[in-house]
Design a protein around this ligand. Sequence first.
Ligand SMILES: O=C1O[C@H]([C@@H](O)CO)C(O)=C1O
Length: 545
Amino acid sequence: RVRHYKWEVKYEYKSPDCFKKLVIAINGRTPGPTILAQQNDTIIVELKNSLLTENVAIHWHGIRQIGTPWFDGTEGVTQCPILPGDTFVYRFVVDRPGTYLYHAHYGMQREAGLYGSIRVTLPDGVPEPFPYNYDRSIILNDWYHKSTYEQATGLSSIPFTWVGEPQSLLIQGRGRFNCNTPGIEAGVCNATLPECSPYVLTVIPGKTYRLRISSLTALSALSFEIEGHNMTVVEADGHYVQPFDVKNLFIYSGETYSVLVKTDQDPSRNYWASVKVVSRNSTTPNGLAIFNYYPNHPRKSPPTIPPTGPMWDAVEPRRAQGLAIKARQGFIHPPPPISDRLLVFLNTQNRVNGYVRWSVNNVSFNLPHTPYLIALKENLTHLLDQTPPPDGYDFVNYDIFSVAKNVNATTSDNIYRLQFNTTVDIILQNANTMNPNNSETHPWHLHGHDFWVLGYGKGKFDLYNDPKNYNLVNPIMKNTVAVQPYGWTALRFVANNPGVWAFHCHIESHFAMGMGVVFEEGIEKVGKLPTSIMGCGATKGIPRP
Ligand SMILES: O=C1O[C@H]([C@@H](O)CO)C(O)=C1O
């Protein structure tokens, strides 16, 4: 079946947390409309860019784009940006059931509100492996009051201006900034707007709800909980999880989960749903929503104090959740037992010509002006840096626990060329930032594939001993995974999707500061590129329709 959507992308004034600012809306909304489809449907999104002076591109997060690598929506990697006034048609197949996302992938536009959910259900008559009565999607986000331009400019200037902690947290697009904060201009913040009243999830007592929780934060790692209710984790990034219970769910930007929640508590009252920043010592207040037991009034505040959430700096419970996520029995896709290539990616904060950047093995990523897919397919590779990027770092001498002796790095637009159909292991190795005693959490997202999560560990990855503890029996497959402070995460994937694919930190500012790489595989197997993706850089000569 074909699902046809017509979207107009436009700046509008909105007050999702009571503070009025310019947001990027789709058909007047942020989050944008939910894409609802069944497995193997074709999605067509006819996207009109009405941003007047700004380009756009939209990425379909978690959709592998098999056979359509040109519609991955990654500006600079798979397509030229969509110009103001232009209409671009994305067309792709959603080949697997599960919970996915879409969002802007141009500059730092995502954090202006250009995002939404994709829910792919099973074909008619095929049951899910777990029963539930109702299905709901909730996107979590953090929210800044400054424009993406102010933020991006601060990050790419000398002196460096960090974006800081977000002003609020949004649950399904609604948050609450304290309008009495000193220094707020009159008329900009209005606490009585219905637009910023808390999100209400109305539930019927005695039922089981499937909640599809996802995060598209610009920066924050989050903990989500519903007061007095356990959650049973059953899906992660479109893959079934061997069920386990949590009181709070840790979720990183780019991840999606399904949890089952039983409405089996005292039905005479409402409950708080709350979201809290973890992993950074944040000033951002917790976000709140109301878990409303029908027929109580949806605006009736719960009689209790909202949960305070876990300690921000407790890494162990977060690592434990990562380790608890395994593929569901009966739905295990075992990984190939050995890999053909090992890439060890050291994540560091650096300086390049005095600018603060992030890099992988001392190379900070720069998007080229001519998108990789087009450059490689149309024989324009001379435009790219041809030196292969490094497969590892100085394992012997690099001290991941201290500020590097020499923090300088280089920039490049070179790419990792993978042999088609080979199995690739990646170790994400975290390290100290340029600040003493500081290491951050980074959620890494891979386009075009799912990978197996083989293991997590503390400290420096041991090339000889750590692989002995890999889970090769029932590892979960995901498209986004966190590397914890001073830790490592091991992944495996098969390079079997012809195209050019980004792999990057999903923190908006970190990707903008160079925290990513690009893989090419099977470029010779990619079909004829649609001319609609062209028109920028050296592709200008290639005629557009
Ligand atoms: O990229 C970053 O910069 C700041 C800080 O390191 C600047 O001092 C921070 O917390 C980041 O994640």
